[in-house]
Design a protein around this ligand. Structure first.
Ligand SMILES: [Zn+2]
Length: 158
């Protein structure tokens, strides 16, 4: 998503952001993130050494993606298992025995791909949720998928 704000007076895509950047550089001593050149008192938003253009932005010190990734791990594992089963069905054909576990894994694998993409796209909502809600989603994801895989292998083949 492009968060650039266009200055209505100049049509400049960065508008006031450039002034804020230059003001920041008048009082601070950051290195160019590309070449390391000292940017103090720069009068343009371009590095004189490497030509890299800058903008002032807010960055996270240490992004915390662990809980989100841990929620996605069982979804990705079941999707991988479904892909393996799908490849076996394509190669060997449908099994002769009643195998609801196979179909459960295949269907859940497809659902998990969609759920994984949806969770990633809704990550803003996820990160704004309390740690308790995140932990509940995490535990639910693992319990549902572990239960599905165990039940499929233990009882899903007759
Ligand atoms: Zn540079």
């Amino acid at each position: 998503m492009d968060n650039t704000v266009q200055d209505p007076a100049t049509g400049d895509p960065d508008g006031d952001d450039r002034e804020l950047l230059l003001e920041y550089l008048r009082h601070n001593n950051p290195p160019c993130p590309v070449c390391g050149y000292c940017l103090r008192e720069l009068t343009h938003d371009v590095c004189p050494e490497c030509g890299q253009r800058f903008r002032l932005t807010v960055g996270s010190v240490k992004p915390q993606f662990g809980m989100l990734l841990l929620c996605m791990v069982p979804m990705i594992m079941v999707s991988g298992l479904a892909l393996l089963f799908a490849a076996l069905v394509v190669d060997k054909g449908l099994p002769q025995r009643e195998v609801w576990g196979l179909w459960a894994i295949l269907i859940c694998g497809v659902v998990d791909v969609v759920a994984c993409v949806a969770l990633y796209r809704a990550r803003g909502w996820f990160f704004r949720a309390s740690v308790g809600v995140q932990a509940a989603i995490l535990m639910s994801s693992w319990l549902v998928h572990a239960g599905l895989v165990l039940a499929s292998f233990m009882y899903g083949v007759r």
